[in-house]
Design a protein around this ligand. Sequence first.
Ligand SMILES: [Zn+2]
Length: 500
Amino acid sequence: MTATVIRNGRVLDVARRAAEPKDILIDGDTIREVGAAGMPAPAGARAIDATGRMLIPGLVNAHTHGHGSLGKGRGDRANLEMLLNSAPWINGGRNHDDRRLATLLNAAEMVRRGCTGVYDLTWEMPAPSRDGIAAVRSAYEAIGMRAVIAPMLADRTMFEAVPGLMAALPDAARRDVERLGLPPFAGALAVCRDIARGWRGGDRLAFAIAPTIPHHCSDDLLRACGRLAAEHGLRLHTHLAESKVQALTGLRTYGRTLLAHLDALGLVGPGFTGAHAVWLDDDDIRRMVDRGASVAHNPGSNLRLGNGIAPVRRMLDAGLTVGIGSDGSNSSDNQNVVEAMRFASYVSRVRSHDVSQWIGADEAIRMATEGGAAAIGLRGRLGCIAPGYLADIAFLDLDDLAYVPLNDPVNQLVHADDGGSVASVMIGGRMVYDNRRFTTIDLDKLRHEVATAMDRLNAATEPQRAMVKRLEPLVAHFCTCFAATPYHVRRMGTPPYEDN
Ligand SMILES: [Zn+2]
């Protein structure tokens, strides 16, 4: 394997809030040594000059949806249930090449903002297929990004899952949504088992499984996902108590919280990641800590969809592993983990005057690096610039005005930078983005292909768009009323403003 030495970069030290010039020696895809500037390197080592750059561990996006990139900007004043209602339109009509394109576009957005690893929950209607997952995988292989690819599974639509929603619809609308019914899960599960058996990806590309939303899955499906994960060592990821409607649905459907139900079915363990986790109570948090599970915190998406504020301080204080996600562009419109770190820091300050309860910039960085690494199964291998870690490094331009003057690199990365400083990105020792140009993909070609695909998809999904728009006010009205039901934790801003 070729050796690489990165010279004169200022390596971010989060604990010391410093960024001193250091050299980094890399062997193949792994960091071997971090030493003083000018340290010896093997003869013939490739040298990269990082003068004027701050080097940070590649950020990890702990929760997104590659397929969502084609839906950015579709929604504004739409809550989660309205977004789920819109799925047949904004995700509809796709072929496998569309899946590859969407995933590649999403990955390109992430990489250019310093992200090197991702947990991608990918959706294919009506169920995942071998070719669909191969198309998604080929996008990550093309750009050279580290990814966990998890097909989303469900055997109930939202209309079937939310108690009373179907019954509240007028007859014509009910007939519309009845046609959206999902097939039995056995076929999808067999496909996933087949893919899991043949999967080879090392620590670059992993396959996982995502029962998408607990109550959108029958208990039989949830148990089957748990068995499949155990058989093949797969990670499990689900949207967990993301909205108040979901939390209430959990209590109504199971007589216990969503997390307590998943735990009773045996799904919650070290390989389990719950996305959002806004409406977890203290008992849920304790259970997750006890099981060694992790949370993917998506503050931007939670704000955009009005889902409330996740109790991240309580999670961290309890010892829960938390990563940061952008969520899909269907619900948060960009793929910028630098911005997500800032949201994580700022939104924590809404609920308390006590500054000790706020999330610090240092904590936001640790969540977006080490926390995300743990969520994608690479704890201790990714998320630090240190010997033995994978060589995933973002090179930030210290001439960017976010760092002029350089007072505190930790605070400035989270509170001043918008990700625009990212000049180059190395993943596994390979420079995939170099001086603001991709070395692995042709961005102009990608833009053109996306535009062509969207012309076709917009025309093909016009009937679905019309149906979604007919249903939207009905869903909005029902869910707004449902969400007024009391729940035993509050997650909307500061009381007493909740629920008014
Ligand atoms: Zn999501």
